[in-house]
Ligand binder design. Structure first.
Ligand code: ADP
Length: 618
């Protein structure tokens, strides 16, 4: 209904988009051409042997019904003499034909096996390719995309929708096989008798358009029935959910009438659907039988006496026709089912489409080390261009020093450090690394010199060893142990049943928050980064863990450029620079002591946090 409302131009655009989308999926076939070719080859061979089988059946039947018919001749001497036994008696010819028929059937079955096998492997290869392609696409997309897209949807695409496309491919294969066999059937029928075939095609086409018309009416009626059914469901639900009101208002009779009305509509629309549907099968059967009987009568009265057709040919013709009719039906049904996969094609191509997505452009410069400073120059940033989250940030983060970010929740601290990690690019202004725009560096080369430690560090379902040495496959065992030791993690690791080889389970559920954070610190230590980003959310930790973590963070920070998001002011009193953010803007910056003496925002935070402990700075 909807597509009928679209203007021709929009419909055209939609079709082009759909085609482009399908092309995104179809191009995956180029990664396994051999399998596709083999599938196609065996499909054609199987279809050809189906035709050959029919040819053999024809002569076989001729031999059975009329022993005086001249033997079949291919024109190739050795086949005619040695295979078909032209010079042999009629009986022997029949034996030879039976053998040939069995052989042809065996060949057809073998080829069908290979056709199914390669088409099946092709289907799984397509699934593999698509999953890989989606993964690569997701890997290349910036974080902003994931913030906007629901992870359930992405997982659904990587599992269910890919499965659906594989099914569609399967059906498409079936269509190719069925279509080829249909072509072979049709050509054999035309070879046997073009007159009968012509009549059959015309009459059966008429029958099929009649059936299509009926099915359309069934569909329309079933839409009405679905509407009536959902109206019925909602009235029932309302009755059950609103039972208190119904009873309080003594509305039984009113509700009964309302319910009965919807129930009646449901009954009537169902009856209408079934009356049309009941017509379909008997109508097809009756008309098809009539058509076939008329054709047989026509053949017997007109074609056979003229000598244009033999009885055996008529039998073969009917044999093919009977095999063909269900094939046409399944071919139609397959076509209709493929249309149902339209949604899956659209969803997958939506993910794979690169044109409608914003990517971070990779730079060209290698990054070796930070020499002087990271500088923010008039940086504006917003997740949506309509709402800025950071405004006019001018900030110098000096090499080898600790810069602490302070501010209320939602002030923009995490966003600011995310810009340093280049998870996002500023909307305006620049972030300079030793005077060079961060965007000019190769993203991964820069990120390799950076480590982020936060409480929500992701723990993979793998051993502790591999979690510490994440993505560092060649890390030596001593280095891993040393990192774990410096991170104050070695004690609890030793207590685990298999030490560093203990598998942590999904998302590290076996670890406490503090233990997870110590793994994260060990991971960062092993990377030996130039720049360290600390989101030290220690609030959820007990005081022993907090002390241990504080100590290991101190070890980790030594000699590095540290940017710390501070939640507890006690951890940043010795920072070289404290930056206070409020509402996306920089409010003040300086050393802790300097800011306290200015009696600004930090002074307020300080007093708020220490009021309970009576260490108010006056
Ligand atoms: P802080 O770390 O200081 O608590 P954030 O940087 O996390 O602050 O958030 C700053 C603002 O940006 C908040 O208003 C927050 O709602 C918004 N924000 C954070 N992350 C996203 C995101 N992925 N998409 C849209 N808005 C976000």
């Amino acid at each position: 209904m909807k597509s009928r409302l679209l203007s021709p131009i929009r419909r055209g655009a939609k079709r082009t988009r759909l085609w482009q989308g399908n092309a995104l999926i179809l191009r995956e076939f180029k990664y396994f051409p051999r399998i596709v070719l083999l599938a196609l080859l065996f499909t054609l061979l199987a279809a050809a042997f189906e035709g050959l089988g029919i040819g053999t059946i024809l002569t076989f039947l001729q031999g059975l019904t009329d022993t005086s018919t001249p033997p079949l001749e291919t024109g190739i001497d050795w086949i005619d003499v040695w295979v078909l036994g032209n010079q042999a008696p009629a009986n022997e010819r029949l034996y030879r034909l039976s053998g040939l028929l069995i052989l042809v059937t065996l060949c057809r079955s073998t080829f069908t096996y290979f056709a199914l096998k390669y088409a099946g492997i092709g289907k799984f290869r397509l699934g593999y390719q698509l999953r890989m392609r989606i993964f690569e696409q997701l890997q290349s997309l910036p974080l902003g995309y994931f913030a906007k897209t629901r992870s359930g949807e992405l997982i659904n695409c990587m599992t269910n929708e890919v499965q659906q496309i594989m099914q569609a491919f399967d059906l498409f294969n079936k269509m190719v096989i069925q279509g080829t066999v249909l072509l072979v059937y049709l050509s054999s029928m035309f070879l046997i008798s073009w007159q009968l075939s012509f009549i059959a095609v015309i009459l059966f086409s008429m029958l099929s358009s009649g059936v299509t018309f009926l099915l359309k009416r069934v569909r329309r009626a079933s839409v009405e029935r679905s509407k009536a059914s959902s109206a019925y469901v909602s009235v029932s639900l309302e009755f059950i959910n609103g039972i208190r009101t119904v009873q309080a208002f003594a509305a039984h009779a009113f509700e009964r009438r309302r319910f009965d009305k919807k129930n009646q509509e449901f009954l009537q629309t169902s009856a209408k659907t079934i009356s049309i549907m009941a017509m379909v099968a008997p109508l097809i059967e009756g008309l098809a039988t009539t058509i076939i009987i008329c054709m047989v009568v026509f053949a017997i009265t007109a074609l056979i006496p003229q000598g244009t057709l033999q009885l055996a040919s008529l039998l073969t013709f009917l044999f093919i026709l009977f095999r063909m009719l269900p094939l046409v039906k399944t071919l139609n049904a397959t076509g209709a089912r493929i249309m149902n996969f339209h949604g899956s094609f659209e969803k997958i191509s939506e993910i794979l489409n690169r044109k409608d997505k914003v990517y971070l452009t990779n730079g060209y410069r290698e990054f070796s080390t930070l020499r002087q400073a990271i500088t923010f120059e008039a940086v504006d940033f917003g997740y949506d261009s309509s709402k800025l989250v950071l405004r006019d940030i001018n900030l110098m983060i000096e090499r080898g020093k600790t810069t602490a970010l302070v501010g209320a929740s939602g002030a923009g601290k995490s966003t600011l450090v995310d810009l340093i990690a280049r998870f996002y690019d500023p909307n305006r202004g620049k972030i300079l690394i030793d005077g060079i725009d961060l965007r000019e560096f190769k993203i991964n080369a820069f990120r390799r010199h950076l480590a982020i430690v936060s409480q929500d560090t992701f723990i993979f379902n793998d051993t502790i060893r591999n979690n510490i040495a994440y993505a560092m496959e060649s890390a030596a065992d001593e280095d891993i142990y040393r990192a774990a030791q410096l991170a104050n993690a070695i004690e609890f690791i030793r207590e685990l049943p298999e030490g560093v080889n203990t598998v942590l389970g999904d998302r590290g559920v076996r670890l406490s928050g503090g233990q997870r954070q110590r793994i994260a610190i060990a991971r960062a230590l092993l990377r030996d980064p130039d720049i360290l980003i600390l989101d030290e959310a220690t609030s959820a930790l007990d005081s022993v863990s907090e002390q241990l973590i504080q100590k290991s963070i101190e070890k980790l920070s030594k000699g590095r450029t540290v940017i710390a998001i501070a939640h507890r002011l006690s951890t940043i009193t010795r920072a070289d620079k404290v930056v206070v953010l409020g509402n996306g803007q920089m409010l003040e910056q300086g050393t802790y002591e300097e800011l306290l003496s200015q009696r600004g925002q930090l002074w307020e935070y300080h007093n708020m946090q220490y009021r309970a402990e009576n260490i108010v700075y006056r």
